[in-house]
Design a protein around this ligand. Structure first.
Ligand code: G1P
Length: 287
């Protein structure tokens, strides 16, 4: 299977990021010098993805605009000789093909993915949750794509989380079949703390066959009364098997303020022009 398309659901309200996300989609909040969604799309590109399908709502068109040309701004930068910045913003417009489909009712992550059915058609494809971004060479979606292509099986990306946080994630059960790779025997969406042995949490990365859509059409509302992707995955795994792979790199959940702020600092510290002053200020604040 060759993976060319990724579905990125972006129709959520972003209540965790309020008031910052009142009129700006949470996916457009900046982390260091780029919006969150650009890190997600760059991770997709590193995995060989060519087409991005955003599942949007009426207030999210600025996300598509970000990956399009801004001719007026380009003209201004060109006339003022700011060629480096001109290239930077043009590159964003040229990095990937963008498509979008509306999620007209917010009935859950599974429902959002189902909205992309006609765009994906019969191909195997990837899904990325736009809140989670993963930094690190060869980390994230790339690991799933390699494994899915090699083994011709559906793959979900997981990370180990503390036992008291399992209630925030889809939790995977399975047996380790090679280092960091698990054969999935089941999964449950947001179990109560203390009710599961596994700490393997799905962190928003999936490579799936188009057969997932049949399972999504069949599942009934689950956790929170929503159509859960995790429930459809459990049904797909029971039918044809599934692998989970532990993802490397550093993962930030942009909807969590500690993660969001840490990501800004982490990336700021990587910038040689900012590093020394930022470090000095941080140390001063900690005294
Ligand atoms: C979604 C999924 C969940 C997954 C999580 C993190 O939950 O339903 O299985 O673990 O993303 O990627 P949400 O964070 O949208 O509530």
């Amino acid at each position: 299977m060759q993976i060319r398309k990724v579905v990125i659901p972006v129709a959520g309200w972003g209540t965790r990021s309020l008031p910052a996300s009142k009129n700006i989609p949470k996916e457009m909040l900046p982390v260091y010098n780029k919006p969150v969604v650009q890190y997600v799309v760059e991770e997709a590109i590193r995995a060989g993805i060519e087409d991005v399908v955003f599942v949007t709502n009426r207030d999210k068109s600025v996300i598509e605009d970000h990956f399009d040309y801004n001719l007026q701004l380009e003209g201004i930068l060109e006339r003022s000789g700011k060629y480096e910045m001109l290239k930077t913003i043009r590159d964003v417009a040229e990095m990937v093909n963008i498509m979008s489909v509306r999620q007209k009712k917010q009935l859950g992550l599974g429902h959002a993915v189902l909205c992309a059915k006609e765009m994906v058609k019969n191909e195997a494809f990837a899904i990325m949750v736009g809140d989670d971004f993963i930094l690190g060479e060869h980390a994230g979606l790339e690991q799933l794509v390699h494994l899915a292509e090699e083994r011709n099986m559906p793959v979900v990306g997981v990370m180990e989380v503390p036992a008291e946080r399992v209630n925030r994630y889809g939790i995977v059960f399975g047996k380790e079949v090679s280092p960091g790779v698990y054969s999935v025997s089941g999964m449950v969406e947001k179990p109560e703390v203390g009710t599961v042995d596994s700490r393997l949490a799905i962190v928003g990365r999936y490579v799936l066959p188009s057969a997932i859509f049949e399972h999504l059409e069949r599942v009934t509302p689950g956790y929170g009364g929503e159509i859960q992707l995790t429930d459809a995955l459990a049904s797909l795994a029971a039918e044809r098997g599934m692998l989970a792979v532990k993802m490397g790199g550093i993962r930030f959940d942009a909807g969590d303020w500690v993660d969001y702020l840490s990501a800004n600092i982490y990336l700021g510290l990587q910038d040689e022009h900012l590093r020394d002053e930022l470090r000095a200020r941080l140390l001063a604040m900690l005294q």
